[in-house]
Ligand binder design. Structure first.
Ligand code: 5AD
Length: 433
């Protein structure tokens, strides 16, 4: 997974390929050689990642065909706006109506929605976001895998359980061979088509080693590889891109520079943002976002975060709750109310209705076991599954009691497929740039 289905190449226009999926045409950038019209390909994140033999592709498409249209119907039913919200205040209705007409939403509008307390108004916000998600992205749900390769970190971020503050944490670092083998297994045996490699800022790997890991993975198994190793420098980013990385997962954490400086001693927001901007210019697909509920953070900060994510050309919005960790300076903070998280996901949909992939994060699932269902019905369109070997998972201790710490990959996949089919979502992402 992203259990992407193969598409058939209809036209080729230099490096741009037009791919057909059950009658729907999508564009992708051609990242491999020898593609010709009539080939079947897997595309992810806007890139063609490999060719699929015709027989195999036709078999997969035949199996999926019926399910595909059935799921679409379920989703359509669940995302209908049934004329509810009659007793919702007129300002909220006006804002949501504008959003439904695809008119731009302004900062004051988002602030108003973020401040809502009336449950029926909040409900209408979620339904509107879900409606927009269905309208533009249909029922495709993007499922990426994430492989946490090392929990060593040289940074001292005040909220993070991997930070240097947490000295009691036993650390691990996977060897390059282990990383390659685990990634290849996720791609070949579990059919992930998009995989994030993540670590703390670990000086234990050189960029050259990480680049070699990516090269090896891509030579053994085709996938869309995203990197998330923190601030590796602009040269580092371009070396990783040359090795075949095509996505960057890097949150800016908060768009408030003062709050950022307080939480990240010795670092500044500008440097973070520069990484993201440069990565986008290099051709990386961007996953970014921030933490919700940081001490001192206001609703205005959160709305600014959403605008910053959009400005940075974020393809997938990754916003999750801050969960206080006992081994950090923010141990005594109060966890955020789950409704705040859901509002931010819905607002991400409103601010970028046509393009945004909106992620339900594991942190949100840790806060609320029904997070996935709730999030997917409030504008979200993607989830990430943890493919880190079980032996290491609990040592990637970002925050306490992380969901799926002891859940095998098989179980995670089965649970995800069951949930998605109940919601009429197809575990794939046809949305190509
Ligand atoms: N609560 C929630 N998320 C956290 N992260 C780090 N620490 C915490 C925490 N205590 C998130 C950061 C980082 C990502 C890898 O994990 O946003 O970008």
């Amino acid at each position: 997974m992203c259990f992407a289905i193969p598409g058939k190449v209809k036209r080729i226009d230099d490096k741009i390929v037009i791919v057909d999926y059950y009658g729907e045409e999508k564009k992708a950038y051609n990242d491999i050689d020898n593609v010709v019209v009539g080939d079947y390909v897997y595309a992810q994140g806007g890139y063609v990642i490999n060719r699929v033999p015709s027989e195999e592709a036709e078999e997969i498409l035949a199996v999926w065909r019926e399910t595909f249209f059935e799921l679409q119907e379920v989703d359509l039913r669940l995302s209908r706006l049934d004329g509810g919200g009659a007793n919702v205040d007129s300002k909220t209705r006006r804002i949501l109506d504008r959003a439904l007409e695809s008119k731009p939403v302004h900062k004051e509008d988002l602030l108003h929605l973020m401040d809502l307390t009336d449950p029926s108004a909040v409900e209408l916000l979620f339904k509107t976001a879900n409606f927009l998600r269905q309208k533009y992205l249909k029922n495709s749900c993007c499922i990426h895998g994430i492989l946490e390769i090392s929990s060593y970190c040289r940074e001292a971020c005040a909220y993070c359980g991997l930070s240097a503050h947490h000295q009691a944490l036993p650390r691990y670092r996977m060897t390059p061979d282990e990383i390659v083998n685990t990634a290849v297994e996720a791609i070949q045996d579990y059919q992930f088509r998009a995989l994030v490699l993540q670590s703390g800022e670990d000086p234990g790997y050189s960029i050259a080693e990480l680049a070699e890991v990516i090269r090896k993975i891509r030579s053994r198994a085709p996938a869309f590889i995203l990197v998330s190793f923190g601030e590796v420098g602009i040269d580092g980013l371009s070396e990783l891109f040359r090795a075949g990385a095509r996505g960057l997962l890097m949150r800016f954490e908060t768009s408030n520079p003062r709050l950022y400086a307080k939480l990240h001693p010795g670092s500044d927001l500008d440097s973070r943002i520069l990484h993201i901007r440069k990565a986008y210019e290099m051709g990386y697909l961007i996953i970014s976002g921030g933490l919700i509920g940081l001490p001192g953070q206001t609703h205005e900060d959160l709305v600014n975060d959403l605008f910053l994510a959009k400005e940075l050309k974020t393809e997938m919005y990754s916003f999750g709750p801050f969960l206080p960790h006992a081994g950090t300076p923010l141990a005594a903070s109060r966890p955020v109310d789950q409704i705040e998280v859901l509002k931010v996901l819905a607002l991400a949909r409103l601010i970028d209705p046509e393009q945004a992939r909106v992620l339900v994060t594991t942190a949100y699932e840790t806060l609320d076991p029904n997070a996935r269902r709730k999030g997917l019905l409030a504008g979200a369109s993607s989830v990430m599954l943890n493919v880190t070997p079980l032996a290491y998972r609990s040592r990637y201790d970002l925050y306490p009691d992380r969901m799926y710490q002891n859940t095998s990959l098989e179980t995670q996949i089965n649970e995800t497929i069951t949930l998605l089919s109940g919601l009429g979502r197809a575990p794939m992402d046809l949305g190509l740039r």
